[in-house]
Write a protein that binds this ligand. Structure first.
Ligand SMILES: [Zn+2]
Ligand SMILES: [Zn+2]
Length: 307
């Protein structure tokens, strides 16, 4: 089962030729989720050859243009390509009002069902769950209501030992029970111990998306630390006053949060265009937390399944 993240854009308010605006594509167990939808997101989806029409769920962190202005274009293209499958959209009310306005002035009514859910400013906790994962929304600190999202893969069943299955051909029901960790008693009285014919389930994988915000360890430390954390690093320490004033973080602050929470590795993003060379941004973060990388357009992370 797959668990993959593709960075579509990671610039802050202003895009550059190389770094587009905030958007990420997450695939878990072959289900697809879009995190934020900055302007041009549909083009980036095309460039990365991602299955746009199979997108199931879209989450918008907050009502700043660099995180949602790509919505009308993306939804219109889905409609033009004859999408009929419903699409879940979690977003602040202001973003849903914007969509309503867009529809009212263009008369562009989508022929697929948009399952809208308002992300209330004070919401905190389990946002949704499906077959493969649970998504939690956590409150962030920004000039407008903003949420971060934490994704945790669900624990799978125990893994059957292939050789044993091929040699013994147990029935479907027995296989199901063994995968659940239950021992099975066959009609002839033979007892099959689950521990002997299965391996433990794969370790659960997790991902966190925290942008735009001041550092909010208090929001996340009640949850298990994630394997990979994407955290905004709009500024460097030399511009910390500006970071505080505008509700953003410095690279060092992002690294401090990653270290204190105990994440596996840190991915920095949402860079200010004032830093043409991002090497010093990375250096600043690495002085605090070594396992740290810079996001870039097209950067893809594949989290392997391990036992
Ligand atoms: Zn932003
Ligand atoms: Zn913002």
């Amino acid at each position: 089962m797959n668990f993959e993240i593709t960075i579509l854009g990671c610039s802050s308010a202003i895009p550059t030729a190389k770094r587009w605006l905030s958007s990420q594509w997450l695939t878990v167990h072959h289900r697809h989720y879009l995190l934020d939808c900055g302007e041009g997101t549909q083009i980036r989806i095309r460039q990365e050859k991602l299955p746009m029409q199979r997108l199931q769920c879209l989450l918008i962190s907050h009502a700043h243009a660099d995180h949602f202005l790509g919505l009308p274009g993306l939804l219109s293209t889905m409609d033009l390509l004859d999408r009929r499958q419903p699409l879940r959209l979690f977003a602040p009310k202001a973003v849903l009002d914007f969509l309503d306005y867009y529809i009212s002035i263009t008369g562009n009514v989508f022929r697929f069902e948009l399952q809208l859910q308002v992300l209330e400013p004070d919401f905190e906790g389990l946002l949704f769950e499906d077959k493969g994962l649970q998504c939690y929304a956590v409150p962030l600190t920004h000039p407008v209501p903003c949420h971060g999202f934490l994704f945790y893969e669900k624990v799978g069943g125990r893994k059957l030992k292939k050789d044993w299955v091929e040699a013994n051909h147990p029935g479907v029901q027995a296989l199901k029970q063994l995968k659940q960790g239950k021992d099975v008693c066959l009609e002839n009285g033979t007892v099959i111990l689950s521990d002997e014919v299965t391996d433990p389930p794969a370790q659960v994988r997790s991902y966190g998306y925290l942008t735009d915000t001041r550092p909010r360890l208090d929001s996340v430390n009640k949850y298990d630390a994630v394997d990979i954390l994407y955290h905004e690093a709009t500024f460097m320490e030399m511009h910390k006053t500006r970071a505080k004033k505008t509700g953003h973080s410095t690279a060092k602050e992002a690294a401090e949060l990653a270290r204190q929470w105990g994440v596996g590795s840190l991915l920095l993003g949402h860079f200010s265009v004032r830093y043409r060379d991002l090497a010093p941004v990375l250096e600043e973060a690495r002085s605090i937390f070594a396992d740290c990388r810079l996001a870039e357009n097209g950067y893809r992370i594949i989290l392997p399944q391990t036992t």
